[in-house]
Write a protein that binds this ligand. Structure first.
Ligand code: C2E
Ligand code: MG
Ligand code: MG
Length: 386
């Protein structure tokens, strides 16, 4: 990064000139100054900030490719490093929307303060305040509502049956959470789980689902005992004591070992060492672990030999393409053969037709899940159908 040496009294940049880059102060002190009362002799200079080593100057104008809003003057000899506006823009573009909103708010407040200090038109000051970023605002609101929904028990857990193809028996259910939003109706987990993962809300949401799953198991008692599989996201795995709490609930209800399973979706955030430890812990407590949505997104074959998953859940994209593309069909065959070779069970997800179901049975898939077998239903419906 190019450096600039400034002597005391030298201007780094002037207000209203185009900004080429931002600066990181390495040594010395830089003052940010504005003027009150125009640009003539009668104008009064106001110091708005005094910045030292490690602080950034001109970063916001560089990121916005806009003009500088203040003068920057070295008040001692100083050295600054130039930071390309592009670098700042890239980071802002990928930053969390809530962080961006916080920053946006600060920048707007800063600009408003400058407008007021300069004594400019108060209406102009108002217009600088402007509206905050809508997507981020929406997200904040949604997060608050989700927090409330948890308290008011507005999340509902539904149960989708899992079929053993050969016997035609329902052997278990996958717990799928829904948010019954008072205005928006049913919100899909695809939308709010992601939001919950970005905040710490995923931990209480996860606990809520486990509580519901155990309450369901308590009522589903039968011989043989069906299982309930609960989705756990990478962020939840980091929550200390997760499995211990699951085991404690199972023991308190005196439910048989094996009645609760865990599904983990592969994601970039999957920490192999952490998941390996978790699987080991699950296995000591007879909790089977499935790798969800296998074959999509971040599928790593390395995960299969490094991690002892009990089940692979083949993503619905494959079964849906199976009769459309011969390649997709060959991939399904190959995944089934591979799962067999590594002693993992297979559950095929998204089975929508009897033809698909029959074919899957013929190529050796033991379990299937999908609309042709049943949709995710409230517990009462599941109990009534038995
Ligand atoms: P998933 O775990 O892969 O769940 C299967 C999804 O496929 C469900 O969507 C289910 O309703 C849908 N599905 C099942 N059969 C069929 C079919 O035949 N055709 C089609 N087109 N779709 C089918 P859903 O309930 O919207 O859940 C979406 C995802 O949200 C889940 O994918 C899971 O990753 C996540 N999720 C759901 N509940 C939870 C939860 O309690 N915790 C966490 N961490 N994630 C959850
Ligand atoms: Mg799942
Ligand atoms: Mg899945």
């Amino acid at each position: 990064m190019p450096r600039q040496n400034l002597t005391a009294g030298e201007y780094l940049f002037h207000a209203d000139t185009p900004s080429a880059c931002g600066y990181l102060i390495e040594h010395g002190t830089i003052e940010l100054r504005t003027r009150r009362g125009g640009t003539g002799r009668e104008a009064v200079q106001i110091v708005v900030a005094r910045l030292g080593a490690g602080e950034l100057v001109g970063d916001i104008s560089a990121a916005e490719s806009g003009p500088h809003s203040v003068d920057a003057v070295a008040v001692t000899d100083a050295v600054v490093l130039e930071i390309d506006g592009e670098q700042i823009r890239d980071r802002l573009a990928t930053a969390d929307p809530i962080l961006r909103m916080v920053l946006d708010g600060r920048v707007k407040r800063w600009r408003r303060m400058l407008t007021l200090l300069r004594g400019d038109d108060p209406a102009a000051a108002q217009s600088v305040v402007g509206a905050t970023s809508l997507p981020a605002q929406g997200k904040f609101l949604l997060e608050e509502q989700l927090r409330e929904a948890l308290q008011r028990q507005q999340l509902e857990v539904r149960y989708q049956p899992i079929l053993e193809i050969a016997s035609g028996r329902i052997v278990g259910y996958e717990a799928l959470v829904r948010w019954l939003h008072p205005e928006r109706g049913e919100v899909s987990p695809e939308e709010f789980i992601h939001l919950a993962e970005e905040t710490s809300l995923i931990v209480p949401v996860g606990e809520y689902v486990f509580d519901a799953a155990f309450a369901a198991l308590d009522q589903l008692r039968a011989d043989p005992m069906p299982f309930v599989a609960v989705n756990v996201s990478a962020r939840q795995l980091a929550s200390p004591g997760l499995i211990e709490r699951v085991v404690a609930r199972r023991e308190a209800l005196e439910l048989p070992a094996g009645c609760i399973k865990v599904e983990i979706t592969e994601s970039q955030a999957l920490d192999v060492a952490q998941v390996a430890t978790l699987i080991e812990l699950c296995h000591t407590h007879a909790i089977a672990v499935s790798l969800d949505d296998f074959g999509t997104r971040y599928s790593h074959l390395a995960h299969l030999h490094l991690l002892a998953f009990d089940t692979l859940k083949i993503d619905q994209a494959f079964v849906q393409a199976m009769f459309v593309s011969d390649k997709a069909m060959q991939i399904v065959r190959a995944i089934v053969a591979m799962a067999r070779a590594i002693d993992a069970e297979i559950v095929v997800e998204g089975v929508e037709t009897t033809a698909q179901l029959q074919f899957l049975g013929e190529i050796g898939c033991r379990f299937a899940q999908g609309f042709v077998i049943g949709r995710a239903q409230p517990l009462e419906t599941v109990l009534a159908a038995r």
